[in-house]
Design a protein around this ligand. Structure first.
Ligand code: ADP
Length: 510
C-alpha cells in the first residue's frame, strides 16, 4: 500500500514525466533513424546489383559469339578475348562463371559447368527452368523492342540471386538464343542482417543512456524549482520580510521568483495595512469607551443632584453616539472596499446636486462666519450614484467649512472640458502642510493640529477615505493642492455623460 502510493507520487512528478517524454522521444528517433538507414542501405545494394548485371550484360555481348560448330554439328558459344590483356581476361573469366545459353525451347547449349570451367556456378545452384525460359522467349519475340527480364531466384540452400535474361542474336541472319546471367545477393543480405543486429543491440543501451541523461537533466533543471519551493515555504504571515533570492540567471525561473517576491511585497503591505487598521480601530474605540466609563463613574460615585445625573447621562449618550457613528462608518467603508456596496448609477445633472448642497450648507457656513459661494454652468450630465456623490460633496464641504477660520471663504465650481467634468472645492482655510498631504486619504488620518480651534479631533478621519473610494468607484480622479495658512483646493474629475450623446451641442471651449 505504502509502496504503491510512493510509486504514484514518483510517476506524477515532473522529473519522471520529463524523463519519460525524453526517453520516448529518443526511442522513436532511434527507431526512425534505423528504419531510414536500413531502407537507404537496401536501395544502395539494389543499385549496385543492377550496375553489376548491366556491366556483365554489356561485356557478355561484347565477348561472347554463338556460332555453328562444324565439329559438333550444332550451335555453340565461344569467347573472343586476348589472353595477353589482363583486364579482358578477368572480365571474361568472371562472366563465364555466371552465364547460361539455351535455345528457344530452353535446352542448354552451353553454360559454365557443362563446358569450360569446373567451378560451381549460379545456374548450377538454381538450375534452369525450361517453362520459364519458354514463357520469356515467347514474350520477348512478341515485343517490338529488345526485352530484358529481371528475376529473383533462390538456390538449393535458399541463397538468393538476381538473374538478368533476354534474347541475343548470334549472327546477322542467324537465329536468336536465350542468354541469362546472374549475381548472388547473399552478401548483401548478410550485410543488411548484420546492420540490423548491431542496431538492435545498440538501441537498448542507447535508450538506457538516454534515460539516465534525461533523468539527470530533468533533475538539474528542477533542482532550483525545489529550492524556490523550500524558500517559499519558510515565508509565513509572521515573517513576510523574507524574500526568495534570485539566481541572477535572468531565466524564466528568475522571472517566477521575481513575480513571487512582488506578490509577497504586496501581501506584506496589505498585512501591514490590516495591522495598522486594527490598531487604529481599537484606539478610536477606546477613546469614547473611556469617556463613557468616566461619565458613568461620575453618575455612580459623585453625582448628587438630578441635574448632575442628567449631565453625566447626556455626556455618556453623546459618546455612545460617536461610537456608533464610527462603527457605522467603518462598516460602510469596509463594505465599499470589499466590493459589497453596489453603485446605483443614474444620469443626473451634477450642477443641480451641487447647487442644492451648497444651499443646505449656507446655515452652518453662516454660523461659522464663512462666505460659501458656487459658480456653476447650467447643466453637466454625469452617470453616478446620487447617494454616494452627495456623501462625497458633503464630506468635502464640511471639511472646508471645518478647517476655515471665521471670515474666510469657501467656493464651489464646476468646469466641463471634453470628456470630463471637474468639480472644485476651494477654501481659504488653514491648509495642509505638504508632508501630510500623501496621508490625508488614509483611514483615521488627521493632520496633527496646531492646537487652534476648530480641533481636528472632532472628525473621525474617515471622510476623505470615503471621498477617495467614491471617486475611484466612478472612474474619476482626485487632486489636492494646499498652501498652509492660505487654503486648500480639492479637484474631483469625473467622466462626463455628454460625450458623443448630444451631437452638435457646443461644448465649452475652456
Ligand atoms: P476628518 O473627519 O477629520 O475631517 P477627513 O478624512 O475628512 O477626516 O480628513 C482628514 C484630515 O485632512 C483632516 O483631519 C484634516 O486635518 C485634513 N483636511 C481635510 N480637508 C481639509 C481642508 N479643507 N483644509 C485643511 N485640512 C483638511
Amino acid at each position: 500500500m505504502f509502496r504503491h502510493r510512493d510509486l504514484r507520487r514518483l510517476t506524477r512528478g515532473l522529473r519522471f514525466r520529463l524523463t519519460a517524454t525524453y526517453a520516448l522521444f529518443f526511442a522513436v528517433l532511434l527507431f526512425a533513424a534505423a528504419a531510414i538507414f536500413r531502407q537507404r542501405l537496401e536501395n544502395v545494394q539494389a543499385r549496385q546489383v543492377e550496375e553489376t548485371l548491366d556491366g556483365d550484360w554489356k561485356a557478355l555481348k561484347g565477348y561472347l559469339r554463338i556460332e555453328w560448330d562444324q565439329e559438333l554439328g550444332k550451335y555453340a558459344g565461344s569467347w573472343y578475348y586476348s589472353d595477353e590483356d589482363p583486364d579482358e581476361t578477368t572480365i571474361v573469366l568472371d562472366i563465364k562463371k555466371v552465364y547460361v545459353i539455351t535455345d528457344l525451347d530452353g535446352n542448354i547449349i552451353q553454360n559454365a559447368v557443362t563446358k569450360e570451367l569446373e567451378v560451381s556456378t549460379i545456374f548450377d545452384d538454381i538450375g534452369v527452368d525450361r517453362k520459364e525460359i519458354q514463357a520469356q522467349v515467347k514474350e520477348a519475340l512478341a515485343a517490338r523492342k529488345p526485352k530484358i527480364f529481371l528475376t529473383e531466384k533462390r538456390g538449393s540452400e535458399g541463397d538468393r540471386y538476381e538473374v538478368r535474361s533476354g534474347l541475343v542474336y548470334a549472327e546477322k541472319h542467324g537465329p536468336p538464343f536465350y542468354v541469362a546471367i546472374g549475381t548472388p545477393l547473399a552478401q548483401n543480405a548478410k550485410i543488411l542482417r548484420e546492420f540490423t543486429l548491431v542496431y538492435v543491440a545498440i538501441i537498448p543501451s542507447a535508450l538506457l543512456l538516454g534515460l539516465f541523461l534525461g533523468w539527470f537533466m530533468a533533475g538539474r533543471a528542477l533542482t532550483p524549482v525545489l529550492a524556490v519551493a523550500q524558500a517559499a515555504q519558510r515565508i509565513s504571515g509572521s515573517n513576510l520580510k523574507l524574500r526568495i533570492p534570485t539566481r541572477q540567471a535572468g531565466d524564466e525561473l528568475d522571472y517566477l521568483i521575481l513575480t513571487f517576491n512582488r506578490m509577497i511585497e504586496r501581501l506584506e503591505a496589505s498585512f501591514q495595512q490590516m495591522r495598522q487598521f486594527s490598531t487604529d480601530v481599537s484606539h478610536e474605540l477606546r477613546t469614547p469607551i473611556t469617556a463613557i466609563r468616566g461619565q458613568l463613574e461620575v453618575a455612580l460615585f459623585t453625582a448628587k443632584t438630578t441635574e448632575q445625573y442628567r449631565e453625566a447621562m447626556f455626556n455618556a449618550l453623546q459618546d455612545i453616539d460617536r461610537l456608533s457613528q464610527i462603527v457605522r462608518a467603518l462598516l460602510l467603508l469596509s463594505q465599499a472596499e470589499s466590493g459589497q456596496l453596489v453603485l446605483q448609477k443614474s444620469r443626473l445633472n451634477l450642477c443641480e446636486v451641487v447647487e442644492d448642497l451648497v444651499e443646505q450648507f449656507q446655515i452652518p457656513a453662516e454660523e461659522a462666519g464663512i462666505r460659501l459661494t458656487a459658480s456653476l454652468p447650467r447643466d453637466c450630465a454625469v452617470d453616478v450614484d446620487r447617494v454616494q456623490i452627495e456623501r462625497m460633496i458633503t464630506n468635502l464641504l464640511s471639511n472646508a467649512i471645518k478647517f476655515t477660520p471665521k471670515g474666510g471663504e469657501v467656493k464651489m465650481s464646476i468646469e466641463r472640458s471634453g470628456e470630463s467634468v471637474a468639480m472644485v472645492v476651494e477654501d481659504t482655510g488653514r491648509g495642509i502642510p505638504t508632508e501630510y498631504l500623501p496621508h490625508i486619504f488614509d483611514r483615521f488620518y488627521r493632520v496633527p493640529g496646531s492646537g487652534t480651534a476648530p480641533s481636528p479631533e472632532q472628525g473621525l478621519g474617515l471622510g476623505l477615505s470615503f471621498v477617495s473610494w467614491i471617486v475611484r468607484a466612478h472612474d474619476g480622479k482626485v487632486d489636492v493642492q494646499s498652501t498652509p495658512g492660505k487654503g486648500t483646493r480639492f479637484t474631483i474629475t469625473l467622466p462626463s455623460a455628454d460625450v458623443g450623446t448630444v451631437a452638435g451641442e457646443p461644448v465649452a471651449a475652456s
